[in-house]
Design a protein around this ligand. Structure first.
Ligand SMILES: *[C@@H]1O[C@H](CO)[C@@H](O)[C@H](O)[C@H]1NC(C)=O
Ligand SMILES: *[C@@H]1O[C@H](CO)[C@@H](O)[C@H](O)[C@H]1NC(C)=O
Length: 288
């Protein structure tokens, strides 16, 4: 009798633990997609991204696509007004046919993880309130992204680091943070990478955090910053890199393969455009 209850108790316990673990917002992306049989190996390059799933047609395409992670940009429409509403758009656009609320109501019916890119601090709190409302149904990795420091040739207009971190962590202490630097990239020039001062400042900001953090880094600037970024990653096993690219950026397959060879493959994600994305996946033998 006692044994039977004990057994039931342990079954209940493991069920509860599963419910808590699987699909927590802080869950490692590779663990989540491995556990849900959506990828086969612990390799960040296996994760397929849909970038800028903002307006309704892009969002629908993202939902129908094979993407594991959907990236989207949030702006506040009418920042002055009382009833300012988070909408899905990337500057210089200021309008959208899609609100964040509508976007969430569609994405929640998928198994896809999400990365929300905030271009202004004002949009963060109203968006987190909408997320709070849907939290129980959104059991999958959720990343909250902002550029909080000036980076290589980047503008100094960043989202205020301290206030961004305070706002996000007060709502969601364990959500995955994606913390970047503003960057510039110039064709036909030698573009400097991320400096020691830049990674040091980021490390200091992240030191007090306890949740997973991914650093979005610009594909064309990673090779020249190998030592700096390797140093940053070894500060904590909660850290990873997400390689991204500007639409016009020129960088080679070799640049991507260099990243692949020099960094732990379970700690680098690739949210990059075509044709580099397919070329890269082909070169490393991951099916497109
Ligand atoms: C949605 O975005 C795509 C890509 O930027 C664009 O081609 C399309 O016209 C947009 N649709 C609407 C309704 O704004
Ligand atoms: C930085 O960006 C400016 C344009 O914003 C450009 O004129 C300048 O050449 C860039 N510097 C470097 C080192 O790339």
């Amino acid at each position: 009798m006692v044994r039977r209850y004990l057994k039931l108790f342990f079954m209940y316990l493991s069920l509860t633990i599963n419910v808590i673990d699987i699909g927590a917002w802080s869950e490692n992306v590779l663990d989540y997609f491995l556990n849900t049989n959506q990828i086969k190996t612990r390799d960040g390059a296996e994760i397929i991204w849909y970038h800028a799933a903002n307006n309704k047609s892009q969002m629908k395409e993202a939902i129908q696509s094979a993407a594991h992670m959907v990236e989207a940009d949030i702006l506040l429409c009418g920042e002055e007004e009382e009833n300012a509403e988070p909408i899905m758009a990337h500057p210089p656009e200021t309008n959208s046919d899609n609100t964040f609320e509508e976007w969430l109501n569609e994405i929640v019916n998928t198994k896809k993880g999400i990365k929300l890119d905030f271009k202004s601090l004002a949009a963060v709190q109203p968006s987190l309130m909408l997320l709070e409302g849907i939290k129980l149904y959104l059991r999958r990795p959720v990343w909250i992204n902002a550029d909080i420091l000036p980076g290589p040739n980047g503008s100094s207009t960043v989202v205020d680091a301290k206030r961004f971190l305070e706002t996000v962590t007060s709502f969601f202490p364990s959500v995955t943070l994606s913390l970047g630097w503003t960057t510039g990239w110039e064709p036909q020039q030698c573009n400097k990478g991320y400096s020691w001062a830049m990674v040091l400042e980021m490390a200091q900001l992240c030191d007090a955090l306890t949740q997973p953090v991914t650093f979005p880094v610009r594909a064309a600037l990673v090779r020249q910053s190998k030592s700096e970024l390797l140093w940053l990653l070894q500060k904590s096993n909660r850290y990873s890199l997400t390689v991204w690219a500007g639409k016009q950026d020129k960088y080679s397959l070799e640049d991507l393969l260099y990243i692949r060879e020099n960094f732990d493959k379970s700690r680098v994600y690739y949210d990059i455009f075509e044709p580099q994305n397919s070329e890269f996946r082909k070169a490393i033998g991951i099916g497109v």
